[in-house]
Design a protein around this ligand. Structure first.
Ligand code: ADP
Ligand code: MG
Length: 700
């Protein structure tokens, strides 16, 4: 869509003005005509039907009736007045009340003239009545043309108090339509529109705001949803192909001694087929001479680390440095020990750099790094710092991407020119449509099987009333040498509460697990890094029997000897989060358990989450359910939900439209990647005119 009129500030639209446009901007972040037209009604009221008073039922929310006022009078109640009208529909009477604007209403209504009333129902003495309904003379409605389906827009109390009501929005959207009329261009090409029987963009927009009927509304919505998905995927895929065209990639063709020695003598298990497949994909990228940008999704414990290690060996053998970025100190440490364990024998120099590295060490590392003495640098976001400079960085692995943002990713890009290959690893499996709509510019690899011999984690739901039995079970496990995690909820709104849960739990735990018999470690977010590390290490080496913590242990920690994960107040946890926590156990060969402790009475949602956990161990299934329960914004967390800007499209319910849109994107891209065909003019001009979109600007 085009230019000036659509980008005009609301201020200049008839009926709005400076003050109201500012209010709308402040309250709803809507500034231009285009933004207003794309702020769609969130629901519709069916005004095509008139009800008789006798037809009104309890479950109805709004009704529309017509009739004449037979009486209108002020009634005194507790020192105040209300205006009471008696509306007669030809058969029955209904009471209509006003508590505000009494004299205005009294003046406006003429007895014995036909009115249409529309409003929310309330009940008194088993009889329906209405308070402050909308009312209008029948003949004036007939003159104006009757609106059958009324859109309802988001508003706020502040706006309503300033007269910016739903009816106001309806009026200004009409004004905007007549203002931008000649600029409402088509966004798609003819072929697509004909294939799917779409309305034009213009007709669709009009019908979403002011549908002729519900059928028109559905058709119109589908078109706009299609457009949303189409342009989202088109942008991503254009970024992807252009990046491949522009960015040469480092060429790592050879696999020689180190890799072979590693494979023959250090790797003490067979790779799963998924791991092999992913390694093959990475090796293909490494020898493609194009920069790799790959997302590796795999459930917790599916063995992503070894894939990272093996691909790092390839980079090093081709004389390039690598680095691994982890979201927490603990995880960086853990990667460091795995890497050292696997790589020191084959003469690869691995170092770690985090926030707690001393200045002296840091300086040493930095100077070794720039002369190429260090082959692999592992660390936290400390690696993003500008003074962390490599001699020839060829490969970056980012673990647990969802903790970092796109901006941070780009920092690592800039550490060499051309940019290094990038592998992003995430243990949060998300449904395909969601992956595509936020990581659409990346190639995707998936590990969808667990290493052999891994047993499902036995997951059970226990209520507080069963706590003693649970404790007895823990004692058994500890007696046979296993370790236990107990996790308490983190209450975002109240950091104090968060600790209280944990502290209370700790106190009561001590009664059953006295200190002279059991070693209990405590870990929470407010501890200093050194103390956290200390506790974590004690648990890793097996000195602690029970580690109680908030969700700080969520990400990636690997303690194969731990066999029980207790999630306290599990009803307070999100599904994906519980699944992540469960993944902390079952990492060794022991039968492992996840016990979800809850209070006795659960909400339906909480019960659904708990059931999902006890029924499946599959992260992809869990995330599908999570997505249905919470919607994409919450599943992704606040940081990334902003990346997902579909207004009408719903990647859960509109999967079919998503797939159709994606198919069409593939077709457009393969036949006309530069959008130079005349037939793709509309598509191109939409992209050009809407290029301030985040995804369009993704690095590259
Ligand atoms: P994640 O994908 O969560 O990062 P890890 O890479 O930490 O998982 O792997 C979990 C555990 O499984 C590690 O102890 C690792 O050594 C082991 N592992 C990985 N791949 C295999 C395999 N193919 N066979 C057996 N064990 C494996
Ligand atoms: Mg991991």
């Amino acid at each position: 869509m085009n230019t000036n009129k659509l980008n005009t500030s609301l201020e200049f639209i008839k009926g709005i003005g400076k003050i109201r446009s500012k209010l709308i901007r402040d309250e709803l972040k809507i500034n231009t005509c285009q933004q207003m037209l794309y702020s769609f009604p969130f629901r519709y009221i069916d005004r095509s039907k008139f009800f008789k008073i006798s037809e009104i039922k309890n479950e109805m929310i709004h009704v529309q009736i017509k009739g004449v006022f037979k009486d209108l009078k002020l009634v005194k109640f507790s020192n105040k007045y209300r205006l009471e009208g008696k509306l007669y529909d030809g058969y029955n009477y209904m009471t209509i009340n006003w508590f505000k604007g009494l004299s205005w209403v009294e003046k406006s209504i003429e007895l014995n003239k036909e009115y249409v009333l529309f409003g929310r129902l309330s009940w008194f003495n088993n009889k329906p009545n209405m308070v402050h309904p909308e009312f209008e003379r029948m003949n004036s409605i007939v003159k104006k043309g009757f609106v059958k389906i009324k859109p309802v827009y988001h508003s706020t109390e502040k706006l309503i108090n300033h007269g910016i009501t739903n009816n106001f929005f309806i009026k200004i959207i009409k004004n905007i339509f007549s203002f931008v009329e000649d600029e409402l261009n088509e966004n798609l090409n003819k072929e697509i529109n004909e294939k799917y029987n779409f309305y034009s963009t213009r007709k669709s927009l009009i019908n979403i705001h002011f549908p002729i009927d519900f059928n028109h509304l559905e058709i119109a919505k589908k078109k706009i949803i299609f457009e949303e998905f189409f342009f989202n995927q088109l942008r991503f895929n254009l970024v992807k192909i252009n990046r491949k065209r522009i960015n040469p990639g480092y060429y790592f063709p050879s696999i020689s001694n180190k890799f072979k020695t590693f494979f023959d003598s250090k790797l003490n298990f067979d790779l799963t087929n998924s791991q092999k497949k992913v390694l093959k994909e990475i090796r293909e990228d490494f020898s493609s001479k194009k920069q790799m940008n790959r997302l590796l999704q795999g459930d917790v414990g599916s063995g992503k680390t070894i894939v990272a290690i093996m691909s790092v060996i390839i980079a090093v053998e081709n004389n390039f440095q690598s680095c691994i970025v982890a979201p927490t100190e603990i995880l960086a440490q853990q990667h460091f020990s795995s890497f050292i364990n696997y790589l020191s024998d084959i003469n690869i120099n691995v170092k770690i750099l985090t926030g707690s590295t001393t200045k002296l060490q840091r300086n040493l590392i930095l100077s070794d790094l720039i002369i190429g003495e260090i082959d692999v640098l592992i660390g936290t976001h400390a690696l993003f710092e500008d003074d962390v400079r490599f001699k020839n960085l060829g490969y970056v692995v980012i673990d647990e991407q969802h903790k970092f943002g796109v901006k941070q990713r780009s920092k690592m890009w800039k550490k060499n020119n051309p940019p290094p290959h990038v592998l992003i690893m995430t243990a949060t499996p998300i449904p395909r449509t969601l992956t595509m709509s936020i990581y659409g510019d990346l190639d995707i690899s998936i590990i969808d099987e667990m290493p052999p011999g891994r047993k499902d984690i036995v997951t059970v739901h226990r209520k507080d009333s069963n706590r003693l039995k649970v404790f007895a079970f823990l004692k058994d496990q500890i007696k046979s040498g296993r370790q236990v995690y107990i996790v308490y909820p983190l209450i975002e709104e109240s950091k104090k509460m968060d600790l209280k849960f944990l502290e209370d739990g700790y106190e009561s735990l001590l009664r059953d697990f006295p200190r002279d018999k059991y070693q209990i470690g405590v870990l929470h977010g407010k501890m200093k890094n050194n103390d956290k590390d200390y506790e974590m290490k004690r648990f890793i080496v097996g000195k602690t029997n029970i580690l109680i913590s908030t969700t700080v242990i969520e990400v990636g920690v690997n303690v194969p000897n731990a066999s029980v994960m207790i999630i306290e107040s599990a009803e307070r946890f999100g599904l994906s989060q519980m699944h992540q926590l469960r993944g902390r156990v079952g990492r060794g060969s022991y039968e492992s358990y996840c016990i979800l402790m809850t209070k006795d009475n659960l909400s339906n949602d909480a019960q659904t989450r708990i059931n999902a956990m006890t029924e499946t161990n599959n992260g992809f299934k869990i995330s599908e359910i999570d997505l249905k329960l919470r919607g994409p914004g919450d599943v992704l967390g606040t940081r990334q939900s902003g990346d997902l800007d579909f207004k009408l499209g719903d990647i859960v319910n509109d999967v079919d439209v998503f797939n159709e849109a994606f198919d069409e994107v593939k077709k457009v891209i393969s036949s006309d990647p530069d959008l130079i065909n005349i037939s793709n003019n509309n598509i191109k001009s939409y992209l050009v005119n809407n290029s301030n979109n985040k995804s369009w600007n993704i690095i590259g």
